[in-house]
Write a protein that binds this ligand. Sequence first.
Ligand code: FMN
Length: 232
Amino acid sequence: MPIAPDPSSFPDTRAWIRALPALTVVDPALPEPPPVESLPDAPHILFLDWLAEAAAAGVPEPHAAALSTVDPGGRPDARFLLLKDVTERGFWFSGDTRSPKGRDLTSNAVAALTFYWRERGRQIRVRGSVVDGGPDMSARDFRERSVTARAVATASRQSEVLTDPAEYERVVTAAAASIEADPDFVSSTWRAWCLVPDSVEFWQADPGRRHQRWNYRREPAGEGWTRAILWP
Ligand SMILES: Cc1cc2nc3c(=O)[nH]c(=O)nc-3n(C[C@H](O)[C@H](O)[C@H](O)COP(=O)(O)O)c2cc1C
């Protein structure tokens, strides 16, 4: 791993940032770009292959991704969260409908999920529409959380201004006690969402900047996918 240069040895911030190493890790087993017809038929299969390779290579939290949403005024926002599952239908994640991301998804049911696995020199971009996974999936996701995580999800007014930190402790402690007493409780505002992709792009760093890119685009009328290699 290259050593980051000391900011004090640069004339200004721009010079220091420009000197920071980037794309330093290139997969030693980088294959020749495979013929596009040899890629799996569906992007979730290739995604799961790459996720398993990232986990095996020791990428920390390879299931963390940036979720981008758009508010009613067309302003984008993004935050990291944890991917919960990948199925033929799409990419699953969860959160609270009262949060800014929940409100964005209620008004604009579209999103992007972006993964970056620095240790593999890989990025995956998933774009599409977002559907509510339904009460059973939401309840299952909620119940899989620890008591504390369920209490926080229930009591927290996520992303609102917290004027009194003691109030947070009070409401979360009270919610934890009531969840201990009623372990089947499910917050009505917790959602499992599924990002149903219409486009998934796989990006692989190359030392000569001939980065490799493979794109899957959902065919308009059917269930299938069009696969293509993109210009780097
Ligand atoms: C690695 C990581 C994982 C996170 N996982 C989740 C998650 O699964 N669900 C969630 O609601 N927030 C998660 N967060 C917190 C979000 O980034 C964000 O702060 C929070 O959801 C509020 O976002 P919002 O105001 O845009 O709704 C995670 C943050 C990080 C850094």
